[in-house]
Design a protein around this ligand. Sequence first.
Ligand SMILES: [Zn+2]
Ligand SMILES: [Zn+2]
Ligand SMILES: [Zn+2]
Length: 195
Amino acid sequence: MTVLLAERCDPYGIESTVKLMGGMYPQSYMGKNIWYCPQRAVSRHRLICTGGDYGHRLANDGGLIRAFHCDGGHEGVKMPLCAAHIRELAIGPPAPGWSKDMRTPHGQVGGTKANEMCPACMWPPEARELQVKADAMQEELSRLHIGAQISGILGLNLRRIAQVSAAQDQVRARLDELFASGRVHKCPLKLVEVS
Ligand SMILES: [Zn+2]
Ligand SMILES: [Zn+2]
Ligand SMILES: [Zn+2]
């Protein structure tokens, strides 16, 4: 039997807080489209980070061993959901794990849907800081290049461009490192019913 709640379905946590994916994403992630669901909610749910093993490094025998274990547990806000949204959000990616010979990670890469990525795991503070830096550098680089286009090749501030590019390489290398070591990873989110 389906019991309708008095609340409307609120898959994005809009009714309570203006935040995406049960409040796990800040408002700035929302972009231009704010979606509302017109359906009545049938139950309340929460997205929870499942945790998993991530990253890899080479073992002595040349095999891969996992480098980072995440306990998971990060929680989104309570969301009243309609049946369709429960189905949609409940289908997650395959559980992260390793093949029997421990050589191939699966379910760890390429999460593209929001419910396949726990933002807290994807953006630990260091990664967020680095990304902000990388964005700022990218912006400065395009400003420098645009400036050069306007004033001709003589306007090209080669020294500054080299400086910023080098700094940007460093930031990217560190981000790659965080990803390879599993510190930055895509934990699947599991939808659980709450009262
Ligand atoms: Zn809905
Ligand atoms: Zn998480
Ligand atoms: Zn995680």
